[in-house]
Ligand binder design. Structure first.
Ligand SMILES: Nc1nc2c(ncn2[C@@H]2O[C@H](COP(=O)(O)OP(=O)(O)OP(=O)(O)O)[C@@H](O)[C@H]2O)c(=O)[nH]1
Ligand SMILES: [Mg+2]
Length: 368
């Protein structure tokens, strides 16, 4: 049984064996232990439900180094076909909406209710950076959950690469499922592209809202409300109870202004308090009701298929981009063309065209 501390291993590089600074390239991604097993062996450990191995596997898929990307692909391939029967829930909301407190309370409750359940939380955390790292329990407010033996809590620092890390989250979800975690939550803060990405990798999208402070207007503006399958106005406790109830009614009428979603119904809007636990069972019931409906209408499957197609497209785009920028002829030609566009002696489209031609020539099949 891994120590609870295993959960605290973020991709901050603390898993490294101290190889830094001599080769500057070593600092361009999270360090993966030098004694890391080959991908197939790692996949076996993940399948066996080994939390430390799962942590290491996620660190590997988050790495941007070309060799690690190759290993990550082999690892993901070895974890295929994916485990069935999992449910992926996105929990989004502005910073401080109470997402982590909510997941700590709800997660703990769900684990108590069902002794067979295994629950993972992947928190995309824009406030943490690799160099800073963080003590997970304090940082994510999920200390109790993080030390539960049937839970796995993992913050993904996003520092500067929001979209990128969010994409890796999809791979991390698969790894968690391969390790036997059937209930997967993705906590994401309402910042642009990450939310769209997370929406495209989950089965149900829960917006945790707040009363006042222009929260509603912001959410509508950012397009988050449109993505929500469910809205819960959090912090409905103490003197905020009435304000939360008013906000609930406002969200409800705001949602009616949007077209009716595929399910044929506008998303339900509830109130809850992550602090007192009030309303949490109702929120979870509403999540279940949405999923049941979505399954009955065939939308669940349809959505997963659509997501798989989208992922394929992204995977190809990413491979092409990597192959392009890693290509030696491109790397040789790039500095001069970059200078030319800086000086204005070449237009950007013309320079891009030249680079692509260089690449295509370098990759053309040899004459037979
Ligand atoms: N009164 C009250 N406070 C809450 C509730 N939920 C969370 N809080 C408080 O709100 C603050 C932020 O909570 P978090 O759970 O860290 O919020 P978060 O959305 O995860 O924040 P980020 O991860 O930073 O985006 C903390 O001080 C919590 O104690 C609630 O239901 N009622
Ligand atoms: Mg949080």
């Amino acid at each position: 049984m891994p120590a609870p501390g295993d959960n605290a291993t973020s991709s901050s590089g603390r898993m490294s064996s101290g190889r830094t600074s001599i080769n500057p390239r070593l600092s361009d991604g999270p360090a993966v232990r030098a004694d890391a097993p080959p991908p197939e062996a790692l996949a076996q450990q993940v399948h066996a439900g080994d939390r430390a191995a799962l942590s290491r596997a996620i660190t590997l898929v988050e790495s941007t180094r070309p060799a690690h990307r190759r290993d990550a692909r082999a690892l993901l391939d070895a974890c295929h076909p994916p485990a069935e029967g999992s449910v992926r829930t996105a929990v989004t909301g502005v910073p401080g909406a109470g997402k982590s407190t909510f997941l700590e309370a709800l997660g703990t409750r769900l684990l108590e209710e069902n002794p067979g359940r295994r629950l993972a939380v992947l928190a995309i955390d824009p406030s943490s950076t690799r160099s800073k790292g963080s003590i997970l329990g304090d940082k994510t407010r999920m200390g109790q959950l993080a030390s539960h033996e049937r839970a796995f809590v993992r913050p993904s620092p996003t520092a500067g690469t929001l979209g990128g890390v969010a994409r890796r989250t999809r791979e991390s979800i698969l790894l968690c499922e391969a390790a036997g975690y059937d209930t997967v939550f993705v906590e994401t803060v309402g910042v642009g592209q990450a939310e769209v990405e997370v929406h495209a990798m989950t089965d149900v999208f829960l917006l945790l809202a707040l009363a006042g402070a222009g929260d509603q207007l912001q959410a509508v503006k950012r397009g988050v409300v449109e993505m929500a399958d469910l809205v819960a106005v959090n912090k409905a406790d103490g003197e905020r109870t009435e304000a939360a109830e008013n906000a609930r009614a406002e969200y409800e009428s705001a949602l009616r202004l949007f077209p009716v979603p595929e399910t044929g119904e506008h998303p339900p809007v509830l109130t809850c308090s992550a602090r007192t636990g009030g309303g949490l069972p109702e929120v979870w019931q509403a999540v279940q009701a949405f999923l049941e409906k979505s399954r009955a209408q065939g939308l669940f499957e349809k959505k997963r298929k659509r997501q798989a197609r989208r992922w394929l497209r992204h995977a190809v785009e990413e491979r092409l981009r990597d192959a392009f920028f890693e290509d030696e002829t491109v790397q040789n030609a790039l500095p001069e063309l970059a200078r030319a566009v800086e000086d204005g002696t070449t237009s950007v489209p013309a320079a891009a065209e030249k680079l692509l031609e260089t690449w295509q020539r370098g990759n053309a099949a040899p004459d037979r």
